[in-house]
Write a protein that binds this ligand. Sequence first.
Ligand SMILES: [Cu+2]
Length: 268
Amino acid sequence: MKKFWALFFGFWPILAIWACWISPDRNWWFPGEAMSPIGERIDGLFYLILGIITVVFIGTQIALGYVLWQGAVKEEGKKAIFSHGSHSLELIWTVVPAFVLIFIALYQMDVWAEFRIQTFYPAQTQEDGPRFELTARQFEWRVRYPEPGTQLQNQPQPGDLYAVNEMHVTAGRPVKFNLRTDDVQHAFFAPQLRVKQDAVAGLIIPIWVEIPKAGDYEVVCAELCGWGHYKMRATLVAEPQVKVDEYLHNLQIEQNFDGVVTGDDQDE
Ligand SMILES: [Cu+2]
């Protein structure tokens, strides 16, 4: 019976490793491959940490399995060895993890800085400035673009253009925008891009995305913000700059339409 339990407990780590092994191909961890350059680097960090954890996990499970098996095949009546611990072992398993953690902390610094620290954002985002302001509220995403040809101001301007749950950005260029919230805490999350950022009341938080491939990308709220949390979905449309300009132009016509159809309006 002891051997059965030793094998039984040995089975679960093997199952866990097998599940981890097949997970990436089945998209159990990620919603498909990363669609942004920073997303690929974030995935790289994830896999690096996963690799380190796997080595530690396999090592500890083998040690545990060995001890279990030794106990299972031990002769009846044989006394167990009593140990007061080992000073060198204590040193090893304190110093090695400390170095591993310091290595991870240093290794991820570049990605973190580019992702979160404004002065390290891609140069194009510094030149362009924020393209729009995204305000989360219960339960939708409000978008405010500056009037074409002007810069975004933190205070709404008369020529600003508004949209709901749809943001248009230039494909193939890093695009910065400001994130705010009108009420409670929300979180901007674009799973395919691996970009996630809390929207905190009272703060204007600049974030950036870079989407090389034109297309529609899902945005959800990742903070349980109330009964309608599940409804907070939006679309990030990545398209060539001319298309973005065209979209803003149409938005401007739509917004300035005064209800009177004239010859000019019909031409549009
Ligand atoms: Cu929300």
